[in-house]
Write a protein that binds this ligand. Structure first.
Ligand code: PMP
Length: 385
């Protein structure tokens, strides 16, 4: 497997440790038939888990009926998905569909420029994608450095710091771009009231508040969107990952005046709003509602967090996050070793930082798998001879 991979695929992600063959719910199987509990789901992409019958049905029915025909025409799944997303957000707005999180943030950045202002503020440690604009918004220096010069006009401030935000935003600021919880930085949760303050400060200066909910949205934190827990409404929200149910689908949503920033000719993408991915998106939303997955994510997430804390394990310093986006913090930089041991034991977890393990399982994760994971967790820190 390694040799074929080395010869044919670019080394963007490091040497793969598994070749996966199939999945069902929160379980995946490798080429040798070994089963794993997927507590990572391809970095939070899959809300309903693997091979959910609702996705299989929606996608196969739609592709048999009509695939993509471009964006000069509209289709019912795209219209319906846009309406459903706005309905769930509870605010009037408009949706632009694309294919990934980075692309959703590129659109947000271009919308910010259309305000006529050029300055954009984002956060240190924030992650918004790998294309040049999204990378510019990203506040992780090692990822940015090899690609300088990046897009001009973007600055980064400490995450969760209201005073820094007050100092950075002025009447020339087009937008403040921020994640409700910084996923890639290690599930960093800002202090209570931070998003409310961000809303107040951006509104005072007429700057857009852009929330990147690519990771936190679509039920992962226990509500449809994380901003709903803060009781605010952003001007722009970006989505991807969970919304597609495993298919490439992203969305940039403008609320209020931001809904009409784009005019014909400003922006577009060939596969955005294709009916097959939109049908998958509708199946995701329907199933989250019909299977009660918001409540489920919230309660199983709390159970995992409480279970991890109750271990009082010397290697573990704490657990943070919301719903099924959790970071288990470690006293030492042993996350890679622990994740490797977990994989051997049949659990896929993500060493997102040297001292943080991230869990972002499908929302359908069963309680029994969650409990078994917590029970097995101490063994991942044992020294193997
Ligand atoms: N924003 C956030 C918050 C993310 O976590 C990610 C992916 N980890 C992205 C944007 C980029 O998404 P994509 O990989 O689909 O471009």
């Amino acid at each position: 497997m390694t040799t074929r991979w080395q010869q044919s695929m670019m080394d963007n992600y490091g040497t793969p440790t598994l070749q996966l063959e199939r999945g069902e719910g929160a379980h995946v199987w490798d080429a040798d038939g070994n089963r794993y509990v997927d507590l990572l789901t391809g970095l939070a992409v899959n809300a309903l888990g693997h091979a959910h019958p609702a996705i299989v049905e929606a996608v196969s029915t739609q592709i048999a009926k009509l695939g993509h025909t471009g964006n000069l025409y509209v289709n019912e799944p795209a219209l319906k998905l846009a309406e459903r997303l706005l309905d769930l957000a509870g605010e009037p707005g408009k949706v632009f569909f694309c294919n990934s999180g980075a692309e959703a943030n590129e659109a947000a950045l271009k919308m910010a420029r259309l305000t006529g202002r050029t300055k954009v503020v984002s956060t240190i440690g924030g992650f918004h994608g790998r294309t040049m604009g999204a990378l510019t918004l990203t506040g992780q220096e090692p990822k940015r450095a090899p690609f300088a010069p990046l897009v001009p006009g973007v600055s980064h401030i400490p995450f969760g710091d209201v005073a820094a935000l007050e100092a950075a935003i002025d009447d020339d600021t087009a937008a403040f771009v921020v994640e409700p919880i910084q996923g890639e930085q290690g599930v960093m949760v800002p202090p209570a009231g931070y998003l409310q303050e961000a809303r107040r400060i951006t509104a005072e200066h007429g700057a857009l508040l852009v929330l990147d909910e690519v990771q936190t949205g679509i039920g992962r934190t226990g509500t449809w969107f994380a901003f709903q827990q803060a009781g605010i409404v952003p001007d722009v929200m970006t989505l991807a990952k969970g919304i597609g149910g495993g298919l490439p689908l992203g969305a940039t949503i403008g609320f209020g005046a931001a809904a009409d920033l784009f005019k014909p000719g400003h922006h577009g993408t060939t596969y955005g709003g294709n009916p097959v991915c939109c049908a998958a998106g509708l199946a995701v939303l329907d199933t989250i509602a019909s299977e009660g997955l918001l409540e489920h994510a919230s309660s199983v997430g709390k159970e995992i967090a409480a279970g991890v804390e109750a271990l009082h394990h010397p290697a573990i310093s704490g657990v943070r996050g919301a719903g099924l986006l959790l970071g288990i913090t470690l006293r030492e930089a042993v996350s890679a070793k622990a994740a490797a041991a977990a994989q051997k034991a049949g659990y896929l977890i993500n060493p997102i930082q040297p001292d943080v393990l991230r869990l972002a399982p499908p929302l359908v994760l069963e309680e029994s798998d969650a409990q078994a994971f917590v029970a097995a967790l101490p063994t991942f820190f044992e020294e193997t001879p």
